[in-house]
Design a protein around this ligand. Structure first.
Ligand SMILES: *Cc1c(COP(=O)(O)O)cnc(C)c1O
Length: 403
């Protein structure tokens, strides 16, 4: 029977336990408090950032995107590793995520990519967080907060070149920047846009967006505006459109070793960083014809051995994997049978041999020579890999390896 994996680092996270046991094998209470966990290879994050640096060259800055708890990998740990591995700045989606990093003493520049409300301005400025803005009203709020704090507020202007989401419409951007730059104690230190279709096959719309963005930048240059760091590229765009790199790239997926679209690696040798594992808690023989789980949706068509794995949609694993997905046991695929429950799922291990309680099951990651990628899990569940990894909840302890 396989017991806990040999690891050189301990768990962190919200599951309690004894923190970070250094004595392998000796202290097992923090490990046994939850026999399901996310394993994150921090060395792979560092490696992927090096590969990204090689791709973009020395001149382009790298913004490590750690929103959504660093796509499920753990925001604080990833932010620290990224800051020490060549990332120049960090990005998050919401103020709360930025505050979490500041509370963990992460000192580097943090951009909040999402929209803020004026009543958040004081908190943003007092924590030295850079805010994406697309209205004069928010600029005024930041400026006012900065004046009252005796500080400077920093903002990047977000421009909508066709994404149809946040941002100032591209034709109004030059005017907005000129008004923002008149406000006291407000520094416009960047301007950016986001491509809607960088991971779609057709190039036309991406190139149109980039052309609109460049035209707007020329408009700013023609009146001598200095808007700081210019950026546009997410992972798909980094790989696909070198002309979108400008002064800085915003790397999420590629930093985590997740190809932004099939085959898209841009000659980078990326390594996935995240594995999802659990240990079997029950093994039982089921007779042909037995119905399994809620709704009795799955019927066993021969005598077989089923194992219960203590992880479910309450941990962020999609219920859509019910009777569709696979997990790996000893390098072999075992199908998920019946419905995924909140806290457990059932797999058929009839073809695998003597599986016992305690056996490690890999839901995402490598097991011997087999691998199930986050992308494959997403395909089985009818969604995208970003959703799979960023949905993994805090109930799953994070085990950091490769520190
Ligand atoms: C999430 C996000 C990114 C990172 O996207 P990836 O495809 O994961 O690299 C970049 N820019 C913005 C504005 C984002 O919201």
């Amino acid at each position: 029977m396989t017991f806990w994996p040999d690891v050189s680092a301990g768990f962190t996270g919200t599951s309690g336990g004894c923190g970070a046991p250094k004595n392998r094998g000796g202290c097992c209470h923090s490990r046994s408090d939850r026999p399901a966990w996310v394993e994150v290879d921090l060395a792979a994050i560092g490696h992927n950032l090096q590969e990204l640096r090689r791709l973009v060259g020395p001149r382009v800055r790298i913004m490590a995107v750690v929103k959504g708890n660093a796509y499920g990998h753990g925001a604080v740990e990833v932010a620290r590793v990224a800051a020490g591995s060549g990332a120049d700045q960090l990005a998050v989606a919401i103020l709360q995520e930025a505050l979490q990093l500041r509370q963990a003493q992460v000192a580097c520049p943090i951009l909040v990519l999402g929209c803020a409300l004026p009543d958040q301005a004081f908190c943003i400025v007092s924590n030295s967080i850079t805010q994406a803005i697309s209205t004069l009203q928010m600029g005024v709020a930041l400026s006012t907060a900065a004046c009252s704090l005796g500080k400077t507020a920093y903002a990047h202007v977000k421009v909508d070149t066709g994404m149809g989401r946040l941002g100032v419409p591209v034709r109004e951007a030059v005017q907005l920047v000129s008004e923002l730059q008149k406000l006291p104690n407000l520094g416009i230190t960047g301007i950016f846009t986001q491509l809607a279709c960088a991971d779609e096959q057709d190039d036309v719309f991406s190139l149109t967006q980039l052309a609109r963005f460049r035209e707007m930048l020329q408009g700013l240059a023609s009146y001598g505006a200095n808007v700081g760091t210019i950026h546009a590229a997410n992972s798909a765009s980094i790989v696909r459109y070198p002309e979108s790199h400008f002064d800085m790239v915003r790397a999420g997926l590629v930093m985590y070793g997740l190809p932004p679209y099939p085959g898209a690696l841009g000659n980078m040798a990326l390594r996935p960083c995240l594995s999802l594992k659990a240990r079997v808690v029950q093994v039982r023989l089921f007779r042909r014809g037995s119905a399994i789980g809620y709704g009795r949706t799955y019927e066993v068509n021969k005598d077989t051995v089923l194992a219960v794995v203590p992880i479910g949609y309450g941990d962020g694993l999609p219920r859509a994997l019910s009777s569709r997905g696979y997990v790996l046991v000893r390098g072999k695929r075992a199908p998920i049978v019946g419905r995924v429950c909140m806290d457990q799922l059932t797999i058929d291990v009839g073809d695998i041999g003597d599986v016992e309680p305690g056996e490690v099951v890999t839901i995402i990651g490598d097991s011997k020579s087999e691998c199930i990628s986050a992308c494959e899990v997403a395909d089985m569940a009818g969604t995208i890999q970003n959703e799979i990894v960023s949905s993994l909840t805090d109930r799953l302890p994070r085990l950091y390896v490769g520190k």
